[in-house]
Write a protein that binds this ligand. Structure first.
Ligand SMILES: C[S@@+](CC[C@H](N)C(=O)[O-])C[C@H]1O[C@@H](n2cnc3c(N)ncnc32)[C@H](O)[C@@H]1O
Length: 402
């Protein structure tokens, strides 16, 4: 019965998290709506304190094998966050039609891309058709989502952590289990932890960091001059891979694992922590080409620093204009368009600093649009943009008052 397990309020003085209240006479008040997790056929599993885990709110294993058609999903997270997901993102019928269309049988069995072996890079995603700039290449839904602290923290004994990860995978449909175990590995150690470290995408649930596996999305390789980017729509638990420029059939689709705008050495350091040496076109290009790219990126950083002190610049408006134009050209040459969002914010501040509020407004508007486009509606800088709009409006009011 769906009532067999009821989730009770977590009481830190009492190890009780899940109880079996007598039907209709539940003594523990229901704090969360867990029904989608509970009716799925797998009871949520929570370790008890002392059973391989120290104390505090535990992470539990939740599985819905019918998530997004028959794909299925397992989640290892705290009960409050699982309840929040159950509340907002589990139901297929509530996701936007544009995303839902990627669940149709035809879309699933005939994707416009294929996974192929690529020299020096393992498998990768290759376009089977032309994609226009900003067109969606792939929509994926996570098959395994794990709270980052569950993997990296020290509250769990290794055996308990591994057993819970194994349970989370075991409870998924067989096809997904096979897909997960076929993903790339890089670090050694427990296979599921290795697979998560090599392939996981950083996503947030209510602001808490998790790592998510997408069976096809995890095949997208890194490129230092990417032709795609990914964004996460947390309300639908969907990951979208979107073309940054036109992509031709037969071309590999790749995004950047490192922050855009990094120089070769900086990128190498980031990718070393991913456990591989980059073999993308830019990293394999002749030294001269790599040097040109690095010097452009270094110049962008220099301009950034100069514009941070815009009000002290000699040459006033004209100098700021020159630097902004130079930065825009460099971004174009280096194909760093998604990074414009940061530059636009900075340009806006620089124009505010020298009192050109009209230009500042143009760049605040552009930054706002770009954040929504590249980061999705729930992008990480909602607060930062609000603050920027407030600063601008304040400055505009002051100007009117004068
Ligand atoms: C998330 S997986 C990407 C898919 C992977 N290539 C596969 O075969 O499933 C990340 C791994 O792919 C490989 N990889 C990704 N981008 C690469 C690149 N630019 N150069 C070399 N190897 C790359 C590395 O082995 C890395 O650990």
């Amino acid at each position: 019965s769906t009532q067999e397990w009821t989730v009770c309020r977590w009481n830190p003085h009492d190890s009780l998290l899940f109880t079996r209240p007598t039907l209709g006479r539940g003594t523990c008040p229901l704090e969360y709506d867990f029904s989608p997790w509970v009716v799925s056929g797998h009871k949520p599993y929570c370790p008890q304190p002392g059973d391989g885990f120290e104390s505090g709110l535990p992470d539990c294993v939740f599985t819905v094998p019918t998530f997004r058609g028959s794909q299925g999903i397992s989640l290892i997270t705290t009960p409050d966050l699982a309840a929040s997901v159950a509340d907002s993102a589990l139901d297929d019928s509530t996701i936007a039609p544009g995303l839902r269309s990627h669940l149709s049988e035809d879309a699933v069995s005939h994707p416009p891309w294929e996974v192929r072996d690529l020299p020096g890079r393992g498998k990768g995603l290759v376009a089977k058709q032309k994609f226009r700039k900003h067109q969606t290449v792939m929509v994926g839904f996570p098959v395994l989502v794990v709270r980052l602290d569950f993997i990296n923290g020290d509250r769990y004994k290794a055996k308990k952590r591994q057993a819970m990860l194994e349970q989370a995978v075991d409870q998924l449909p067989k096809e997904q289990q096979r897909a997960i175990f076929s993903l790339a590995k890089s670090s050694g150690g427990h296979p599921i932890i290795d697979i998560l470290r090599t392939n996981g995408f950083g996503v947030e649930i209510d602001g808490v960091q998790h790592t998510a596996l997408f069976t096809d999305g995890s095949r997208v390789n890194h490129n230092c001059r990417p032709n795609a980017f990914w964004r996460y729509i947390s309300s639908a638990m969907a990951m979208e891979v979107v073309a940054l420029r036109n992509i031709a059939p037969g071309e590999e689709v790749a995004h950047s694992y490192a922050p855009l705008g990094y120089t070769l050495e900086e990128r190498k350091a980031v990718l070393r922590s991913w456990g591989f040496q980059c073999r993308c076109a830019l990293c394999s290009a002749p030294e001269r080409e790599r040097q040109i790219s690095d010097s452009r990126r270094e110049r962008l950083l220099e301009i950034h620093q100069l514009l941070n002190k815009a009000s002290e610049l000699q040459g006033g408006y004209q100098r700021v204009d020159e630097l902004v134009r130079e930065a825009l050209a460099l971004v174009d040459q280096e194909e760093l368009q998604p990074q414009l969002v940061e530059y636009y914010q900075q340009f806006a501040k620089a124009y505010m600093a020298i009192g050109d509020l009209q230009q500042a407004r143009e760049f605040v508007k552009a930054a706002d649009q770009m954040w929504n486009f590249y980061g999705g509606e729930e992008h990480e800088n909602v607060e930062g943009m609000k603050e920027l709009w407030n600063t601008l409006r304040e400055a505009e009011r002051e100007l009117e008052d004068d």
